[in-house]
Design a protein around this ligand. Structure first.
Ligand code: HAM
Length: 416
């Protein structure tokens, strides 16, 4: 029975400081996304399994072993979303949003992957997610990278993070590269591991991340993707890099960065840290020009990225309290009703407050101080008669008499 009362492995309850930090990160991302013209979007937490299966790649880790897939009572195969991009592309197509292009869309929420839980890796985790649809210029790539960089700065973690960037080239680049790989590895076919001999037929690119020692030796001298970019892909990459230089955004070119999802082309990037152990990617994304068309929609170039909120939580320091602005301490029953009325007035004037109506005055003030509340207004029968409340500034350690009518105005001034 006790076991049943634990959260499921790889999931976490969020409360107290963690919940505040989580909200701070999501709010910061939404605010900064607003500076870049992003609008909010929310898609369902589950989709038909097909939405993810083909788009992310049958051979990708996510599809081959990490999806939470279930059959519902009607016999449909559904999958809890393991990422946002495919669901947003599906939403774009289902709702015929072509006329609204270009679209810049921000979302955040829970995702599900059956991974081995460890620091920075959960089975239910959360992302802040950004997609730009209908934008094909290199400057859009620069802009989303600038947005990620901006969020990192606003969260105060820029010194812990490096931007790594690569280009996967376009379709033509990858076809040329595939041919070059097949030609190269065919010469050593008998030296390749059994798995890689099979990959040579099905997906030669996957030989590049083979764990087999013999394969690894052969990979060292294998042709490099960057030598097979089409003229267009090379020009696109050059323009993205020039755009980043123009904005003063530092990056490291990582020619091994290929990303684990099938839909990417051209620009791919990750913002990484050395402070979270093995799980080093905080933000990750790239261009996916063929995804929407592949799903049956119109040809729609796109780029986006997502950040892991739990990973950001491991880096961001935040200690703002969620204490209310003022505590109302009423003495006597008649005054209690007055406290509730005043509380309503204050809240409507956007001043947060809490009523402390029972217990000894000393105990109440102690509780209020402990909660980190700065102001306390104390009033009993006499104060109500004279319409003068005692307003204590618990942080500064002083107090003043304030006319009941001027309470809202006085507090507004003090809090400004
Ligand atoms: P991803 O690389 O699979 O990309 O995930 C993006 C980020 O989500 C990672 O860099 C990491 O911070 C976080 N993350 C992933 N898995 C976990 C996990 N199990 N636990 C905690 N955090 C995790 C995507 O999801 C793409 N859809 C990003 C994208 C958007 N590309 C284009 N648009």
């Amino acid at each position: 029975m006790t076991n049943k009362l634990q959260p499921v492995r790889g999931t976490k309850d969020l409360y107290g400081d963690d919940a505040r930090l989580f909200t701070h990160i999501a709010n910061t991302a939404a605010r900064v996304a607003g500076y870049y013209g992003f609008a909010p979007i929310a898609t369902p937490i589950f989709e038909f399994t097909e939405v993810f299966k083909r788009t992310l790649g049958e051979a990708s880790d996510i599809v081959s072993k990490e999806m939470y897939t279930l059959e519902d009572r009607g016999g449909s195969s559904l999958t809890l979303r393991p990422e946002f991009t495919a669901g947003i592309a599906r939403c774009f197509i289902s709702n015929g949003m072509t006329q609204q292009l270009p679209l810049k869309l921000f979302s955040y929420g829970a995702l599900f992957r059956y991974e081995r839980p460890q620091k920075g890796r959960q089975r239910q985790f959360h992302q802040i997610n950004f997609e730009c649809l209908g934008l094909d210029k290199p400057q859009s790539d620069v802009e989303v990278i600038a947005l990620a960089d901006h969020i990192i700065k606003e969260l105060g973690i820029a010194d812990k993070i490096t931007l790594e960037l690569n280009s996967l080239g376009d379709g033509a680049s990858r076809t040329a590269y595939r041919d070059a790989l097949v030609k190269y590895f065919s010469k050593y076919k008998n030296d390749l591991s059994e798995d890689s001999q099979r990959r040579l037929e099905s997906n030669p690119l996957r030989i590049l991340d083979s764990k087999d020692a013999g394969d690894k030796k052969l990979v060292v001298d294998a042709p490099k993707l960057q030598n097979h970019y089409s003229a267009e892909s090379q020009a696109f990459l050059d323009a993205v890099l020039a755009g980043l230089d123009n904005l003063g955004i530092n990056y490291t070119r990582n020619e091994r960065l290929v990303r684990g999802l099938d839909y990417y082309c051209d620009t791919v990037f990750e913002f990484t840290t050395t402070e979270l152990g093995a799980q080093n990617a905080v933000f990750a994304g790239g261009r996916y020009n063929a995804l929407i068309e592949m799903m049956g929609g119109p040809e729609t170039p796109a780029i986006g990225f997502a950040g892991g909120i739990e990973r950001l939580m491991g880096l961001v320091e935040y200690n703002e309290s969620s204490a209310v602005d003022i505590a109302l301490v009423s003495i006597g029953e008649a005054q209690e009703a007055l406290a509730y009325k005043l509380a309503q007035e204050l809240r409507q004037a956007q001043i947060s407050c809490e009523c402390y109506t029972s217990g000894s005055i000393g105990k109440r003030l102690k509780k209020i101080d402990k909660a980190g509340v700065r102001f306390a207004a104390v009033f009993g029968e006499d104060e109500v008669k004279t319409e003068q409340y005692l307003l204590k500034d618990l942080q500064a350690g002083n107090e003043q008499q304030v006319n009941a009518d001027l309470m809202v105005a006085t507090l507004k001034e003090l809090l400004a």
